[in-house]
Ligand binder design. Structure first.
Ligand SMILES: Cc1ncc(C[n+]2csc(CCOP(=O)(O)OP(=O)(O)O)c2C)c(N)n1
Ligand SMILES: [Mg+2]
Length: 268
């Protein structure tokens, strides 16, 4: 999470923070802070033996989850993973509902059937995280297909980690989305490890963004701790994906399926 001590000048061509929508910036900041606060509390509860299942936090992923979710419209589909509580909170999930899920309460979004984070909120356009990762990728591809088939102006955005990119369903999803020119945005949260497997054993390319070219879609790499960079990259991808954006830019052939790779560089 960028702080005043780490604040740097805006990237060339990007809008300086001072010129942005103040209410939007405030809400993004509040949601990132809330995400960290909720997860800090959950860590304490986990250590105290108060949670049923295992706990993954989105520490240092807040800017990716919140920045990407904030750049979408409410009608767009979201397919988060275990690092993306911030996206849920942005869409309106209440912190107590997260706690209820991890404690297996009947009041949780899954009615107490899940003791971890496999909850979703269909009414908020958030689909349940399938346990096997990145099974949310084919789900997002399907949601984008549905939107395109129905002629709706909405996109689907799916998150995944660096380790998930080695799975077959990851590649199948990207290929199908690109071939069918679906309004889909794929975000890779590269935190350099998948459990104990380091990045160098996961991919032979320097970045995940460059893999996009192999599928015939645009790819960008941004600093995943820079919420404005994530927001801008996602907003740009959404513009290329959306029906109205395609009409505006007349780029109907090559840009209908998009990709944003958000990479996190450890600072400590
Ligand atoms: C198909 C599958 N294999 C293994 C797991 C167990 N698992 C849960 S999180 C995780 C690490 C995933 O690494 P990465 O995709 O880089 O995400 P990160 O946790 O680093 O954010 C693993 C192996 C799983 N959920 N699904
Ligand atoms: Mg990882």
């Amino acid at each position: 999470m960028a702080t005043s001590r780490t604040r740097r000048k805006a990237e060339p061509g990007s809008t300086p923070a001072a010129d942005r929508d103040r209410d939007l910036m405030l809400r993004i900041y509040q949601t990132m802070v809330l995400t960290r606060a909720v997860e800090d509390r959950m860590v304490a509860m986990y250590r105290g033996g108060d949670l049923l299942g295992s706990l993954y936090t989105g520490h240092w992923h807040e800017a990716i989850a919140v920045g990407a979710a904030a750049a979408l419209r409410p009608e767009d589909y979201l397919a988060p993973i275990h690092r993306d509580l911030g996206a849920h909170l942005w869409r309106g999930l209440e912190p107590w509902q997260v706690m209820a899920s991890f404690m297996g309460k009947a009041t949780s979004p899954t009615g107490g059937r899940d003791g971890t984070l496999h909850y979703g909120r269909l009414d908020l356009g958030i689909y349940n995280l399938p346990s096997h990762i990145p099974a949310n990728y084919p789900v997002a591809t399907g949601m984008a297909f549905a939107a395109q088939y129905r002629g709706e102006d909405r996109v689907a955005l799916a998150f995944c980690g660096d380790g998930s990119t080695s799975r077959a369903d990851w590649h199948e999803s990207l290929n199908m989305a690109a071939v069918l020119k679906l309004p889909c945005i794929f975000v890779i949260e590269n935190n350099q490890f998948a459990y104990s497997t380091p990045l160098r054993l996961q991919t032979a390319t320097a970045t995940f963004a460059e893999k996009a070219a192999g599928y015939g879609m645009p790819g960008v790499k941004v600093d995943g701790t820079d919420v404005l960079a994530v927001y801008d990259a996602t907003a740009g991808a959404r513009g290329r994906c959306s029906r109205s954006g395609r009409r505006r830019t007349r780029s109907s052939c090559s840009r209908t399926s998009c990709w944003t790779a958000a990479c996190w560089t450890p600072t400590a």
